[in-house]
Design a protein around this ligand. Structure first.
Ligand SMILES: Cc1cc2nc3c(=O)[nH]c(=O)nc-3n(C[C@H](O)[C@H](O)[C@H](O)COP(=O)(O)O)c2cc1C
Length: 350
């Protein structure tokens, strides 16, 4: 039997992949260029890509972002993604587990991830409308190593059946106080602004995924799904800050040693990962592009692609003279006119 919720999961998958095929996203990081320096004094064999935090260490600074689970079709993709994550030592987030909290028969489409990858770094996922009890259940379901709480107000409002109340801060605070693992708060693709980043920092959120526009577009996906709406919702397709703009926003926030910035949205190449890191992200999430490789060419191709990205990213660190990510903030870069104007207009006056 297919529930409405399961059907939504399958539709997200089909529409995300159809959009990707129709028009591969153009990374907003194309608006930023790293300055080439021909004397880097670097050696590939000294590069260490590790993403290290007080809570955990990943051997690579990018991961498979939340996408699937909850229906037989998406459950199968979760199995394949978990196998790929295991082979490539990447961390992996599952898609929202809210369906599995409501319908126990769908849990298998998430727990398969832990079965396939018993020692891997697995990230649970739930919307910010949930409280601490649900959050801990989502974590326990996967023996998860971290929890992502997604915030997606624009997506919900474009969705015919979406939420209409967004009183989230108390939930986030209660979840932070209650759960047993590090918490990442993430946007699903509309980006963040400096005040929201500061608000999350003040709440004690140490991991913030900016989730910017320029990749998978949930305004467009939900608009296509929303057949009840009397008028086209295409005026919403450009809502939000791109990933590059969100990174500019994050730079404008008062520094905080405990805060870790993660960038997701439109990442298409290892160079996009490097650029996001040079602009201040410590880790980078990839969803739509990996999904496309998996659906078009299968899990062996995705494993090969990720392994190639891992090797290429080390070469890119060498190219810019970085041994570790601690060296990246001093790498010089320029912004195109549009991003420069954005940065000037959004510079804090205080
Ligand atoms: C099919 C699909 C389903 C998704 N479902 C979720 C979800 O359940 N929870 C979530 O936090 N993000 C979800 N996302 C958002 C991604 O994690 C990511 O933030 C977004 O797609 C932007 O990254 P991208 O441009 O690399 O795709 C989904 C993405 C895709 C493509």
């Amino acid at each position: 039997m297919t529930s409405e919720h399961m059907h939504r999961k399958d539709e997200h998958l089909a529409l995300a992949e159809a959009h990707y095929r129709h028009a591969r996203p153009q990374s907003s990081l194309n608006g930023m260029r790293i300055i080439h320096r021909p004397l880097p004094e670097s050696r590939l064999d000294q590069v260490d890509l590790t993403f290290k935090t007080p809570d955990f260490t990943w051997p690579y600074p990018f991961y498979i972002e939340a996408m699937t689970g909850g229906s037989p079709r998406t459950g199968k993709l979760n199995t394949q993604l978990a196998q790929v994550a295991k082979e490539t030592q990447l961390a992996m987030a599952v898609g929202s587990q809210s369906i599995a909290l409501k319908d126990a028969s769908t849990r298998q489409y998430f727990t398969n991830v832990r079965k396939e990858n018993p020692d891997g770094f697995i990230i649970a996922n739930l919307g910010a409308g949930h409280g601490p009890k649900a959050a801990q259940m989502a974590i326990d379901m996967l023996a998860a190593d971290a929890l992502e709480i997604h915030v997606n107000v624009a997506q919900e409002l474009v969705m015919a059946e979406g939420d209409r109340q967004f009183m989230w801060l108390q939930n986030i605070q209660a979840i932070l106080a209650a759960v047993s693992v590090p918490v990442i708060v993430k946007e699903v693709g509309f980006g963040m602004d400096q005040d929201s980043i500061q608000t999350l920092t003040d709440l004690g959120v140490h991991y913030i995924n900016l989730g910017g526009r320029s990749g998978t577009n949930f305004a467009e996906i939900e608009a296509r799904r929303n057949r009840d709406h009397p008028f086209p919702l295409d005026y919403m397709f450009d809502w939000g800050q791109t990933t590059a703009e969100s990174l500019i926003e994050a730079k404008a926030v008062k520094p905080d040693a405990k805060r870790h910035i993660i960038a997701t949205g439109g990442i298409q190449t290892p160079l996009d990962i490097l650029k996001a890191q040079v602009m201040g992200a410590q880790a980078v999430g990839v969803a739509g592009h990996f999904l496309h490789t998996l659906m078009q060419d299968g899990p062996a191709s995705l494993t090969a692609e990720i392994q190639s990205w891992q090797a290429d990213l080390a070469k890119l660190y060498t190219l810019v003279g970085a041994n570790t990510q601690a060296d990246l903030p001093t790498v010089p870069y320029i912004l195109n006119a549009q991003l420069l104007s954005y940065a000037q207009q959004r510079r804090r006056s205080n």
